[in-house]
Design a binder for this molecule. Structure first.
Ligand SMILES: Cc1cc2nc3c(=O)[nH]c(=O)nc-3n(C[C@H](O)[C@H](O)[C@H](O)COP(=O)(O)O)c2cc1C
Length: 352
């Protein structure tokens, strides 16, 4: 077979491949953004900003710890063990908005020359301010805007720093306001801390989002077994490969509600090239990868693209062929054949 076609579409936007380097501290500055693009990402999302000084200040209070599968701290040496989780508190970009915007414009120009995108990202604190920033982003010539209205730290960060929206009606209203403010594609990134993420996704689409990004990380609290204090001293956002099935669940639910063409971007749980395939099989048209790159370094991008390509070669498929294939094969529990004693094969040996 000829080399597989990695091209995918997020709404009307064509990406050369579905790997999007998601927003984080490693893509706040020029070097990191360039490294993400040079490693081959279809797009890089520039570290989010908003209008508040609280958001910037929050970045001075960040901390991060990498944990293995039994919650022991691991060295931060850019070779995280398989299964590692990341517990952290993050903040927002520290540059002035003008400097940040200048950076996004420059990087989006560089990205364009590589058939890629550098995407602006807002985590608004106040919607009216957010709309103003969105207008300035569009006027400056940036081609895509992601608006994260569900950052996990919303309720723990300094008051007024970050908006965390869980109400479907308000998601629709907020999205509609951004839609009215700008014409460039808007991706709405949704919280993972809701029991109705599919409803939030349909609301964002109804409000005019070009795509929805599902789903932000969850908040956690991990007692340190030695010191008996909270790890990092606070609650924190937590993510790991274990989050992938949770995210796939909501992507598939959202696809069920919105229909097969639904422009859904996955985030939360991708660690490998095969995870890109898993998210696409669940219904995503593209996949954001953040922790894997933050903790593993930019070569993770190239490695994941290689693994993803090998998978497509093996399956004789192109990237777009994967979208929703597994989601559309989900059956109901009651559709399963009856196997009366099957459960007994899973019991532990009761003899001593
Ligand atoms: C250190 C760190 C910083 C982050 N900063 C941002 C941010 O500025 N804007 C944003 O929308 N998401 C941010 N995120 C969320 C990620 O982009 C991503 O959605 C989340 O980590 C789940 O995906 P992952 O499993 O690939 O890490 C951040 C995540 C981490 C770990």
């Amino acid at each position: 077979m000829a080399a597989p076609d990695l091209t995918t579409f997020v709404g009307a936007t064509r990406l050369k491949n579905p790997l999007i380097c998601g927003a984080g501290e490693h893509v706040m500055l020029e070097d990191g953004l360039r490294a993400g693009l040079n490693a081959g990402a279809g797009a890089v999302i520039v570290k989010s900003i908003n209008e508040t000084t609280a958001g910037k200040e929050q970045l001075q209070r960040t901390d991060y710890t990498l944990l293995n599968a039994i919650w022991r701290e691991q060295p931060w040496d850019f070779s995280p063990p398989e299964g590692a989780s990341l517990l952290c508190r993050s903040g927002l970009a520290q540059q002035s908005f003008e400097d940040w915007l200048d950076l996004v414009v420059r990087m989006d120009g560089e990205a364009q020359a590589q058939d890629a995108y550098a995407i602006a990202s807002l985590i608004p604190a106040d919607i009216n301010h957010g709309l103003n920033l969105a207008r300035r982003i569009e006027e400056a010539g940036v081609r895509i805007l992601e608006v994260n209205i569900g950052a996990p730290h919303g309720e723990e960060a300094i008051k007024g720093a970050i908006l965390l929206e869980r109400d479907a009606a308000r998601v629709r209203k907020i999205t509609a306001a951004f839609r009215k403010a700008v014409k460039i594609p808007i991706w709405i990134k949704l919280t993972g801390q809701s029991s109705a993420i599919d409803a939030l996704a349909t609301s964002a689409r109804a409000g005019g989002a070009d795509a929805v990004t599902i789903m932000g990380r969850l908040m956690g609290f991990l007692p340190d077994i030695e010191t008996q204090a909270p790890m990092l001293g606070t609650r924190g956002a937590i993510g790991g490969p274990w989050a992938l099935p949770l995210t796939c669940h909501w992507i598939a639910k959202a696809r069920e509600k919105m229909g097969p063409g639904a422009p859904i971007i996955a985030t939360n749980g991708a660690r490998t090239g095969l995870d890109i395939a898993r998210f696409m099989l669940a219904g995503a048209c593209a996949v954001q990868m953040t922790s894997a790159i933050f903790t593993g370094g930019f070569p993770v991008i190239t490695e994941c693209l290689r693994e993803f390509t090998d998978y497509l070669i093996d399956k004789k498929m192109n990237a777009r062929d994967l979208i929703g294939v597994a989601a559309d094969r989900i059956t109901a529990y009651e559709a399963q054949e009856l196997r009366p004693d099957h459960w007994k094969t899973f019991l532990p040996d009761a003899g001593i």
